[in-house]
Design a protein around this ligand. Structure first.
Ligand code: PLP
Length: 379
């Protein structure tokens, strides 16, 4: 059984994807080919923002926004404690200080009450200047932007939406990628919209910032490529990736998002009485980057993982370690007493196989194995 269905997806889209790839090779327009602009135009329109700027990966996308916002030493950037390392890594990389905030145990997204507490704490300490909130759309569900926006306005902070896992998600009719002052996504192969290697993009309505990012992603170019007006990065999306993303994006919009939501609903129907299934808030729509269940404790989680492995059912633990406990951040002040939920989640979460091409038969195998295990736990 495939965990993410990349082979099943390729078999389904083979004709369109192969054609897209060979056209780039035939045109030999490997860098900045016309497919880049085509993709950026389509994605900006879908997300509902003025500008989409593709780049080399989702981590650079975050860094490019922080560079354009001139974030650096003495700045505080608030980041959820329960996320992929890159969300916080880019903050330290910019020279600023990440301040970790606990998350909500049901949505896995940043806890807005604790966010405001953390901002007040940093102001009271007086060492750092609060500048940015990085809100992560974890596992596919957008963060609570209505509440985050109120806090950001109150303390004059910018919102950076890390939608590496959220692309395709919605709140009401609004798409993920449109909620922050800027937003980013990743096309890493197993993200909701993945390419065949590394890739990423930035979304914003701010034309000045878009111009700056366009420069920063291309060696700080000025009016032309060999006029370098600032120090930037080499962070372009390959034409090959843009070209194959075009048919993949079409499939994503036309049926994949719908199919993965149906498959997630089926897990929920069958599993909700036995384990804690994901909670999607009313009016929210998830793109299901991951289907994460919670068990009673670490012992039960690890035993279930082993029992599923025995039956050749792949599962993952996202994430085993909270940000505040990462070795790379051991230089930061210890705020672990403020972060009990994320530490607890790391012990209890387990991610099940889910993708748009999963069959009901495959899901039934997963469901039956979980029910059999749970009967053994509480007969
Ligand atoms: C994957 C991911 C990133 C980084 O994206 P890459 O394309 O792998 O650099 C950043 N934030 C989150 C939440 C992610 O899941």
């Amino acid at each position: 059984m495939e965990f993410k269905g990349l082979k099943q997806q390729y078999n389904f889209l083979k004709k369109e994807v192969d054609t897209a790839i060979s056209s780039v090779i035939e045109e030999t327009n490997f860098i900045s080919g016309h497919q880049i602009k085509e993709l950026e135009t389509q994605l900006a329109q879908y997300v509902g923002v003025k500008h989409c700027l593709s780049c080399a990966n989702g981590t650079d996308a975050l860094s490019l926004v922080l560079m354009a916002w001139n974030i650096g030493p003495k700045d505080a950037v608030f980041v959820p404690d329960f996320t992929f390392f890159a969300s916080a890594e880019v903050v330290s990389f910019s020279g600023a200080t990440p301040v970790f905030v606990d998350v909500d145990a049901d949505t896995y997204n940043i806890d807005c009450v604790k966010l405001e507490d953390a901002i007040k704490g940093v102001i009271a300490e007086g060492n750092l200047l609060p500048k940015v909130i990085i809100a992560v759309d974890l596992f596919g569900q957008p963060a609570e932007y209505d509440k985050i926006k109120v806090i950001a306005d109150k303390y004059s902070l910018l919102i950076l939406e890390d939608s590496a896992q959220g692309f395709g998600g919605k709140i009401g009719g609004k798409h993920a990628g449109s909620f922050g002052d800027a937003a980013t996504t990743s096309f890493f192969p197993v993200k909701p919209l993945g390419c065949y290697g590394d890739g990423g993009a930035i979304f914003t309505n701010d034309s000045d910032i878009a111009k700056l990012i366009d420069s920063y992603r291309n060696h700080g170019k000025g009016s032309y490529k060999y006029d370098n007006v600032r120090v930037g990065l080499n962070s372009r999306l390959d034409t090959l990736q843009a070209a194959l993303l075009l048919p993949k994006f079409k499939a994503f919009v036309e049926f994949e998002l719908n199919d993965i939501n149906n498959a997630a609903d089926y897990y929920k129907t069958m599993l909700a009485s036995f384990v804690k299934v994901p909670y999607v808030k009313p009016l929210y729509y998830s793109s299901w980057a991951q289907y994460t269940i919670q068990l009673k404790d670490e012992k039960e989680r690890d035993a279930l993982k082993a029992a599923l492995k025995e039956k050749e059912i792949p599962t993952m633990i996202y994430y085993p370690t909270p940000m505040h406990a990462q070795t790379a951040f051991s230089n930061l002040p210890d705020r672990s007493p403020e972060l009990p939920v994320s530490s607890e989640l790391c012990k209890r979460v387990l991610v099940l196989p889910l993708h748009p091409y999963i069959t009901k038969t495959e899901q039934d195998i997963v469901i039956d194995a979980i029910l059999e295990f749970m009967k053994g736990v509480c007969p």
